[in-house]
Design a protein around this ligand. Structure first.
Ligand code: ADP
Length: 381
């Protein structure tokens, strides 16, 4: 399986061996990234995929290999139309195109990747795996905003959620770590990367998530504000004289950690906190406070929580964030073990105290493996 993640300026690719069974299943045969698409030598996604293909060729696993069975594409927005991995044909591509207004930065890049890959290997099944799909099971009570129904329906204003491939993978991997069937486990997944989102997963089914119509809602992120009073936008427009595009850029690119302290890398923030830097400390505190609020909210949504799983760059690496987010929650049955939390590692592991009613885990995410798994399942159905 070839997995392609086409962003606006980068193309990430991985070749995974999904044949056979056992621990080798899903082994990574090759992977890479083509960056700065649109600048200099890599003019567009076609040039990027050709560069990726040349690199795969060098590794002896060319795009023209007869063993290549399918291509799985990450697609950010599936709207309400796509709730499952979907075999791509012209009609499906046209519908993904129709969703561009909901994800103007992401879907066009995903479409370019699909178009180029289909051009190079028209004989292969190509599958779209949507970031929104895992959240399609949210009940209306969680998916709807309390705004005028006719307006909301007309413009598709509802909560879709993102990072779904990661939330799906991590919630299942967490159940596996506990030695349980996902159907028996209620999990809060905290995907903390540059973008960040939380989800509440009941018995393997997503019932709430923190991102909404767009990836701006919810947690504090590297450069995004997360939750904010929507009237702040009117205030910035009326009093600040800012345009819609300027506010969009402010909230998506110049807010979050970077807006509060000038850095969006949690490692650098930790270093500055060590030097007593008050702006870095404030950024960390706002970040962690928001995270705690979502842990509390999703504890109430789920009623019974069996596990809390931290994943992605910050979740997998920052013991300080994990400790601060869950500190003093013994009354909710949540106790982090300081020693376990401090141990670094690259595999899924428990960091809760033996007495903790809720298992707390660090579970590395693997979106490419999940896309390959879903693609394989669809193609071999
Ligand atoms: P993306 O959303 O781009 O896929 P990642 O999941 O790779 O992001 O997360 C990137 C972020 O992870 C970095 O911006 C940084 O804040 C954080 N990070 C990475 N390594 C560490 C570390 N050792 N300690 C703390 N934070 C880290």
């Amino acid at each position: 399986m070839l997995v392609l993640n086409s962003g606006s300026s980068s193309l990430k690719y991985q070749l995974l061996d999904m044949a056979g069974s056992g621990p080798d299943r899903g082994a990574r045969l090759a992977s890479g990234i083509v960056e700065r698409i649109g600048e200099g030598p890599v003019a567009d996604h076609e040039a990027a995929l050709k560069q990726a293909a040349a690199e795969l060729d060098r590794q002896g696993l060319g795009l023209d290999s007869p063993e290549l069975a399918a291509v799985g594409h990450r697609v950010v927005h599936g709207g309400t139309r796509f709730t499952e991995p979907t075999l791509i044909d012209d009609a499906v591509l046209a519908e993904i195109e129709k969703l561009v207004p909901l994800a103007p930065l992401h879907n066009p890049a995903n479409i370019s990747g699909i178009t180029v890959a289909r051009g190079l290997r028209p004989d292969l099944p190509q599958v779209a795996v949507f970031d929104t799909a895992f959240h399609a099971t949210m009940p209306e009570a969680a998916a709807r905003y309390a705004v005028d129904t006719a307006t909301a329906d007309r413009f598709g204003v509802r909560r879709y959620g993102f990072h779904g491939t990661s939330h799906a993978y991590v919630s299942r991997a967490t159940a596996r770590l506990l030695g349980k069937d996902p159907a028996e486990v209620n999990t809060i997944v905290l995907h903390l990367g540059n973008g960040a989102s939380a989800s509440a997963v009941r018995g393997g089914v997503c019932v709430d998530t923190s991102m909404g119509l767009t990836p701006l809602e919810g947690l504090v992120m590297g450069t995004r504000s997360g939750d904010i009073d929507p009237a702040a936008i009117f205030h910035l427009a009326r009093v600040g004289g800012m345009s819609t595009d300027e506010i969009d850029t402010l909230l998506n690119k110049r807010s979050g950690l970077v807006g509060l302290c000038g850095d969006n890398d949690m490692r650098e923030i930790g270093r500055r906190m060590g030097e007593g830097d008050p702006a870095a400390q404030l950024a960390f505190d706002v970040y962690v406070h928001r995270l705690r609020k979502y842990v509390g909210a999703y504890t109430a949504v789920l009623g019974r929580v069996d596990a809390i799983a931290f994943t992605a760059g910050v979740g997998e690496n920052s013991a300080a964030v994990r400790e601060a987010a869950l500190r003093g929650l013994g009354a909710l049955g949540i106790e982090v073990d300081a020693v376990r939390n401090a141990i670094r590692g690259s595999s899924a592991r428990l960091i809760s105290a033996a007495a903790s009613r809720v298992a707390v885990a660090v579970v590395p995410t693997d979106e490419e493996l999940e896309i390959a798994t879903q693609t394989y399942a669809l193609v071999n159905r």
